[in-house]
Design a binder for this molecule. Structure first.
Ligand SMILES: NC(=O)c1ccc[n+]([C@@H]2O[C@H](COP(=O)([O-])OP(=O)(O)OC[C@H]3O[C@@H](n4cnc5c(N)ncnc54)[C@H](OP(=O)(O)O)[C@@H]3O)[C@@H](O)[C@H]2O)c1
Length: 304
């Protein structure tokens, strides 16, 4: 027997991209159970309609669908315009994603572009579409689905990792932009999860070590538990929170070190000794090699 969520108009409407399968479909189920009304987006309208009907029946919520190809800029604009002006929207789950594995030069450019457009461009445009309304109402949640490949690239995930790296840094920036508001932005970084994306990418799920595969249900439940705890970053498959803390700490420390004059000077001195003087006659410092350092170099002549 399923328990119906009482539709909670206070929750508002959650927009979920890529709700026709996998992680997005589970988000739709879980958010419906939490009493959110839904706007479900993907290309396969038949699947969306079936899911919306089921959630309306089972959970008594309102569920609408919008068919859109998020690899198509005109469709992204259509979705962005729709969600930008709807003040009922309180949550955006930027989940739609695609992948094509292989050595970069073997992946057709059309597939490279599709990954850039769906994973990075659409996520960015849709975030920027809801953000003004969220800030104005001082309320709203954006959940951006990255990947553990946001911080790691394999020789067959180059473009996919690049797009997911964008998701991570774009989300970090947004988090800082809304830090003094009640708008919340969560970054979710799943690892291997049993969904259709693997077959789409050209890597059969069954070829992977079963012990490393999470279900989409476990992934979303962990991510929502993280959201409830107001985690800015949730890695559903990582148990030890100290690992992310160490990564984040190193990232921040390195950035801070890169901003100090002393460190900059030390770095440049090493660079000058190791690279410039060994390649170019003393006194000739090609600006194009290090545009950022060119002014500094001309102002601080290196002692031979
Ligand atoms: N599964 C994993 O191992 C894993 C790991 C880390 C991160 N992720 C990320 O998790 C997210 C969800 O993926 P998933 O694993 O659940 O894969 P999935 O089952 O293949 O779901 C992908 C969803 O994105 C939608 N989508 C793909 N291309 C689209 C397009 N051009 N326009 C609109 N919608 C599009 C698909 O819908 P239509 O085909 O109907 O359009 C589908 O609903 C992705 O961002 C993915 O990168 C997955």
């Amino acid at each position: 027997m399923s328990v119906k969520a009482s539709p909670n108009s206070e929750n508002g409407t959650a927009v979920i991209t890529g709700a026709s399968s996998g992680i997005g479909k589970v988000y739709a189920d879980r958010l419906a159970k939490r009493g959110y009304n839904l706007l479900l987006i993907a290309r396969r309208g038949d699947r969306l309609k079936e899911l919306a009907q089921q959630l309306r029946n089972d959970q008594g919520i309102s569920a609408e669908t919008l068919v859109a190809d998020l690899g198509n800029p005109a469709d992204v604009k259509k979705v962005a315009d729709t969600i930008a002006t709807d003040s009922r929207i309180t949550m955006l789950v930027n989940n739609a994603g695609t992948s094509k594995s292989g050595p970069s030069i073997k992946v057709p450019l059309i597939e490279v572009d599709r990954q850039l457009d769906v994973n990075a461009r659409a996520l960015t445009h849709l975030s920027l579409a809801v953000l003004p309304g969220f800030k104005k109402r001082d309320r709203g949640t954006i959940i951006n689905i990255g990947s553990v490949l946001s911080f790691y690239a394999l020789p067959f995930t180059t473009t996919y990792s690049g797009t997911k790296g964008h998701v991570m840094l774009f989300t970090f920036g947004l988090q800082q932009e809304v830090a003094d508001t009640n708008v919340f932005v969560q970054l979710v970084l799943p690892a291997t999860t049993a969904t259709e994306i693997w077959d789409i990418s050209g890597v059969a799920l069954k070829s992977l070590d079963a012990a490393t595969i999470m279900t989409a249900e476990d992934c979303v439940d962990a991510a929502l538990a993280g959201l409830d705890r107001r985690e800015t970053v949730t890695l559903p498959s990582v148990e030890d929170p100290k690992l992310w803390a160490a990564f984040d700490d190193a990232r921040v420390k390195l950035f801070a070190a890169s901003q100090t004059v002393a460190d900059r000077q030390a770095c440049l001195e090493v660079w000058i000794k190791q690279v410039t003087l060994s390649r170019w006659p003393r006194g000739i410092y090609p600006a194009r090699v290090n545009p950022g350092g060119a002014i500094w170099l001309s102002a601080h002549a290196v002692k031979p």
